[in-house]
Design a protein around this ligand. Structure first.
Ligand code: 9D3
Length: 247
């Protein structure tokens, strides 16, 4: 998969994407990642990318011309899913990650604290995403979050063991508690049932723990997560992506 990123802060992308599974996906050829500086598409003497808002008010707004030129240049002659990152977007979830991972090319357009000219939304973006309800300084970290979540879903990125582990936790509950040796650490004991060798009992204990923990911390998840009585692990319907807009 090819992912292009358009940002005013290309330096922020140096480091986080050069480590771990992401680096492996890049050298392995599953991820072709290209970072572009929006300022390279500003053609006046001062390389202007923003201007004051029509109608007045504080702050600045990203101008349409550099954004349109950049996106049109980077998508020319190819089908590319263009995603604007902004606090006003629909919320990025695992279901959205699965949808993006199916695509051959995506272009992530990072917002900045100033916000972007509305014509970028209307004329350039197929979708608009936020990573959650908190205020960041720009869209670079959200872009990296999305790249991380999407990349690990690409075929061949996770090994068989990691993929299987992932599947066993896709039931929509929080995880049950995990323990490893020693059986007692600083007076804290591993629950007896886990040492019993009784796998039916262990399964029951883990399911009960996962349910209890989810009830306490994330009751919103229980509204749609399947119960064991319903036949076990299935995909939750709560986070299906809404239709995106073709250009
Ligand atoms: C809070 C009011 N505005 C500031 C004048 C809007 C605003 C625009 C842009 C606030 C922050 C930003 C920068 N953030 C993003 O571009 C962004 C973001 C975020 O802040 N939170 C969660 N997801 C995202 S995706 C892009």
């Amino acid at each position: 998969m090819r992912i292009d990123v358009l940002t005013l802060f290309p330096g922020m992308f140096v480091g986080p994407l050069d480590e771990s599974i992401l680096q492996r996906a890049r050298t392995g050829g599953q991820l072709d990642l290209r970072i572009h500086n929006l300022r390279d598409y500003a053609h006046d003497r001062h390389k202007t990318v923003d201007d004051r808002p029509f109608g007045g008010g504080p702050g600045m707004v990203l101008k349409p011309e550099p954004l349109f030129e950049a996106v049109e240049t980077l998508t020319a002659g190819d089908e590319v899913h263009v995603v604007l990152l902004s606090p006003s977007g629909r919320v990025f979830t695992q279901a959205v990650a699965r949808d993006l991972a199916q695509r051959r090319r995506i272009l992530l357009v990072c917002g900045s604290y100033e916000g972007v000219d509305e014509r970028v939304r209307e004329g350039l973006a197929n979708d608009e995403l936020s990573i959650g309800d908190y205020v960041l300084t720009n869209g670079a970290l959200p872009a990296m979050v999305i790249i991380d979540a999407v990349t690990r879903l690409l075929p061949g990125v996770l090994g068989d063991a990691e993929s299987a582990l992932d599947e066993s936790f896709s039931h929509g509950w929080l995880e049950y508690p995990h323990y490893t040796r020693p059986a007692e650490f600083r007076g804290m004991k591993v629950p007896e049932v886990l040492l019993s060798g009784n796998h039916a009992e262990i399964e029951k204990w883990r399911a009960a723990q996962a349910r209890k923990r989810t009830q306490e911390r994330r009751p919103d998840l229980l509204a749609t997560a399947p119960s064991l009585a319903d036949g076990g692990p299935t995909e939750p319907g709560r986070d299906e992506p809404r239709a995106t807009r073709p250009n």
